[in-house]
Ligand binder design. Structure first.
Ligand SMILES: *[C@@H]1O[C@H](CO)[C@@H](O)[C@H](O)[C@H]1NC(C)=O
Ligand SMILES: *[C@@H]1O[C@H](CO)[C@@H](O)[C@H](O)[C@H]1NC(C)=O
Ligand SMILES: CC(=O)N[C@H]1CO[C@H](CO)[C@@H](O)[C@@H]1O
Length: 476
């Protein structure tokens, strides 16, 4: 029987193999579409059929992390010659910007932040789009007044809009226009027309990445993440913030990433009214534009936020929380980064020792904890340790008692001692100076435990991570 089958196969290979081959392709196709049925658009780029496996980002199985081999998008820095200042954009993968469109949102009163941002984080984004609430030329950039796209009905009986008119008038008379609280209230009106205009200006981008002027982005992390994903699928990604009626939206301070698939459905149909018309009442009655954008996306496309905290961290540089669990999680975004911090961090990031591994939470410790070379404590320093110790604890007796009590507690990574009070911290947070020189305030770090986790005062603190722990999105 078997021999006769193989004999037949040998004799008539094509007649037998072709149906089998077709069957295999059919089965693969069916299982593929089933896996992805939670995503409404099921188009896949051809490249993924040709050997590129689907990222575990899409897998809903436990655990909520996965490892995935990603390639570096930045080449090693070239040795610079002589005393020339380094070109911090050297080797920036500009080609990627054809498919990943970066959009910066700002406002008229933010000139220090604007200057710092376009000189650092967005300095290498050759096709950067900047949306503001006033038409301006800043450096090489043309800031587009995005509010000019709104229908007149926004200005009617809307006291928040009076600032806009006043700003324009001041500008036309040559007066300086600065920051104002009222100006900030205008901010929420920018989100919907911003998304719409970005698509109109660059309809062929695969990804649309919206950031703000106090947001720091580690570009390599963004590129490695998006490289795993399918832009034809509808994606709405960011750091989750709770909104009304149990809805979540991408917090503007960590940036928002939208895919081509989502944009097409959201704003790609020219016969539909613009988002800013469809959702005008929502924007007028809400505090926050990032929230309304999330609601509009949910209402129009049914797509919920893919929450990726803490890769989209949205924390401040000094308060970024790192512990053992987060050690190997890629880091993408920081928020409320001051112009000075941005300048310094950008310089460090772009000139640090080349490493082809992803940028992780622990990678930043090399930067934020360089002071540990000088000893495990810092005076006049608040490390945000917030776990109160029992009132009768010996830890409150002195800084050294506080330090030994921390060393004895497996969850304590750092401590602070102030006014005869010892507090523990279960995360590493680099903290900030205490300016009141009369206040006794000392912070200390459990360097031994940090070293167990992989910290080195010299060298790369993320070396212990064999692989990055990529987050699967929590759909919310
Ligand atoms: C503006 O608001 C006032 C009072 O709230 C109202 O009387 C008036 O009709 C409104 N005007 C328009 C054009 O909606
Ligand atoms: C979208 O919002 C409108 C206006 O509130 C509402 O009538 C409609 O049911 C919503 N659609 C969905 C799918 O939630
Ligand atoms: C962020 C944080 O928890 N900061 C605390 C640091 O410690 C001081 C005093 O010990 C507290 O007042 C802060 O709230």
């Amino acid at each position: 029987m078997l021999t006769s089958l193989s004999a037949r196969l040998l004799r008539r290979p094509f007649k037998t193999f072709i149906p089998i081959l077709l069957l295999v392709i059919f089965v693969i196709t069916i299982s593929h579409f089933n896996n992805r049925s939670q995503y409404p658009v099921n188009l896949k780029p051809l490249s993924s059929w040709l050997g590129k496996a689907e990222s575990l980002y899409y897998s809903k199985d436990e655990p909520s992390y996965y490892s995935w081999e990603t390639r570096p998008f930045f080449p090693p820095l070239k040795k610079r010659s002589g005393s020339q200042p380094p070109d911090l954009c050297a080797g920036f993968p500009t080609k990627l910007l054809d498919s990943i469109q970066i959009i910066l949102k700002t406002g008229v009163g933010e000139s220090a932040k604007n200057k710092a941002h376009v000189a650092t984080v967005t300095s290498c984004i050759s096709n950067l789009i900047v949306f503001s609430d006033l038409e301006e030329k800043v450096g090489n950039h043309h800031f587009i007044d995005i509010l000019a796209d709104l229908p007149l009905s926004y200005a009617v009986n809307n006291s928040d809009f009076e600032t806009y008119t006043a700003q324009k008038q001041a500008q036309s008379q040559g007066d300086a226009v600065g920051y104002s609280k009222e100006g900030w209230r205008l901010d929420r009106f920018k989100f919907l027309p911003m998304v719409e205009k970005a698509y109109k200006m660059r309809p062929h981008a695969s990804w649309y990445v919206f950031i703000e002027t106090d947001v720091y982005y580690f570009w390599d992390t963004l590129f490695r993440l998006l490289d795993q994903l399918d832009p034809a699928t509808m994606h709405y990604m960011g750091s989750p913030a709770p909104g009304s009626y149990g809805r979540f939206f991408a917090y503007g301070g960590a940036g928002t990433v939208l895919s081509q698939g989502l944009m097409k459905r959201l704003v790609g149909n020219p016969t539909e009214p613009p988002l800013s018309v469809q959702y005008e009442e929502w924007v007028k009655n809400d505090c926050c534009g990032d929230a309304v954008l999330g609601y509009a996306i949910l209402n129009k496309t049914g797509v919920k936020l893919e929450a990726l905290y803490p890769t989209f961290a949205g924390d401040e540089l000094n308060a970024l929380k790192v512990n053992g669990e987060r050690w190997c999680i890629p880091l993408l975004a920081l928020h409320r980064v001051s112009p000075e911090q941005m300048t310094e961090l950008w310089r460090w990031e772009r000139t640090r020792l080349y490493n082809e591994k992803p940028f992780l939470h622990s990678t930043l410790l090399t930067y934020t904890y360089s002071h540990l070379r000088d000893g495990p404590t810092r005076e006049f320093w608040d490390n945000y340790s917030d776990v109160s110790q029992p009132p009768d604890s010996r830890a409150h007796f002195s800084i050294s008692e506080c330090s030994s009590a921390c060393a004895a507690d497996p969850d304590c990574l750092q401590y602070s001692y102030s006014g005869e009070t010892c507090r523990f911290g279960q995360f590493l947070m680099s903290g900030k100076p205490v300016n009141d020189k009369n206040a006794e305030f000392t912070s200390g770090w459990n360097v031994e435990r940090m070293e167990e986790l992989g910290f080195k005062t010299d060298g790369d603190t993320s070396d212990v991570c064999k692989e990055a722990r990529w987050l699967k999105p929590t759909i919310r």
